[in-house]
Structures are given as C-alpha cells and as structure tokens.
Design a protein around this ligand. Structure first.
Ligand SMILES: [Zn+2]
Length: 216
C-alpha cells in the first residue's frame, strides 16, 4: 500500500513538473507575405538564400518589450510591416520585428511563432536565434515568475533544439566579430539594454547544468 502511495505521489510530482511550463499557442500572422518578407531579410542581411524561412536555432535571446501588455504587444508583432517611426530599422527592411515567445509578468508563456521559423529580433543572429520577449521595461523590472518561466522555457527548448548559447539582447554585440554573426551591412547595429543584467544572472542561475555559453 505504501508503494502505491509512493507511486501516486511521484506521478503527481511529474504532472506538476510538466505543468511548470504551459505554453499557450497565440500565433501571429505568418502568412505568405511574412514568409516572403522573411526570405528577403534572410537574403539581404544574412546572405542566406532559402525556399522557406526555416532556421536551426543555436542561440536563445531574452528581451523585454519596454512596456505594454500581452495584447498590445501581440497586436504590434502581428503587423507585417514596421511603422514609419522606426526609421533606422525600416531603412534595412520593412519586415516588422517579432519574437517566438512572449512571457507575461505572471509567468504565462505564449508562443507567437514556431521556433523553427525566422523572426526579426536580434541583428546579425536572427537566422539562428529564438527570441523570447518579456512584458516589462527598465522602470518595470521583470518578475521572479518571469525568471522561472524563462528558465523552464530555455530548458524545454534546449532539449528540442541544438541550443549552445543563451544571451540577453544587450549582450549580442560580443558575437559581432564571430563566425555566427551574419549581417551584410557592417554598420547596422543598435545598442540595447534589455532585459537587464540582473534578470540574466537570475535566469542563468537556474540553468547552470545546461552549460549554455554567453559568448562565441
Ligand atoms: Zn530586445
């Protein structure tokens, strides 16, 4: 009888563990038009000519949205084209920025794009990087629930894909002179401060066993 309860308890724990990461599917528009814009970006910026905008993810980049809510950010990423105000980015490509995942302040994870598909979120690395956006900003620091959710999501993705690196967006410059950096315009680079050193330290602290690198 004790054995029975032991097994019951163990299965209960497994369910809880699996529930640690619940991914809600909330797909943005990835129509033929976004596919075409993505293929153009891959060709023009990464010098990659492909038939479909598929990627082999090697890097995970964590970001924050600099404000807004799940709904407002979803609406923003759902647009195919960048708005005119973002002149520096728009000069490079009219494809809108986006990310594969969006994490709410309570740790709820939404998947906007399949991780095998291209998204524009990190200059030079988009062709091999999964982007995870978090609702927050410099004045609205990311929460412990987001730390937990990002760590669980990275664990899940590292099991599924050949992930070697985990970086914060603000750290992407260290890849600039490496083999992994693919950007045809050497002057195309923007300084970033998301998602913050403190957040990266906390997420990495939960993932030491994965031995993910933070530089090339
Ligand atoms: Zn970012």
């Amino acid at each position: 009888m004790a054995k029975f309860f032991q097994i019951l308890f163990l299965s209960f724990c497994l369910v809880i563990q699996a529930q640690n990461l619940k991914i809600i599917q909330k797909p943005i528009d990835y129509s033929k038009e976004r596919m075409k814009l993505s293929l153009d970006y891959m060709k023009e910026h990464h010098n990659l000519v492909q038939k479909t905008p598929n990627i082999t993810p090697k890097i995970i980049v964590l970001h924050y949205t600099a404000g807004g809510t799940i709904e407002s950010n979803f609406k923003y990423f759902n647009n195919l084209y960048l708005e005119n105000q973002r002149a520096t980015l728009k000069k490079q490509s009219s494809l809108n920025v986006s990310a594969h995942f969006l994490v709410d302040r309570d740790g709820t994870v939404y998947q906007l794009i399949a991780p095998e598909l291209f998204a524009r979120h990190t200059i030079g690395l988009n062709y091999c990087a999964i982007g995870i956006e978090n609702i927050g900003s410099k004045s609205q620091p990311l929460t412990d629930k987001q730390v937990e959710a990002n760590a669980e999501l990275v664990k899940y993705l590292a099991k599924k894909y050949p992930i070697e690196y985990l970086i914060g967006h603000s750290e992407y410059g260290v890849f600039r002179n490496s083999k992994l950096w693919k950007e045809t315009d050497s002057s195309y680079f923007t300084g970033k401060e998301d998602p913050g050193a403190e957040f990266m330290k906390k997420v990495r602290g939960k993932l030491t066993d994965l031995k993910l690198k933070n530089q090339p």
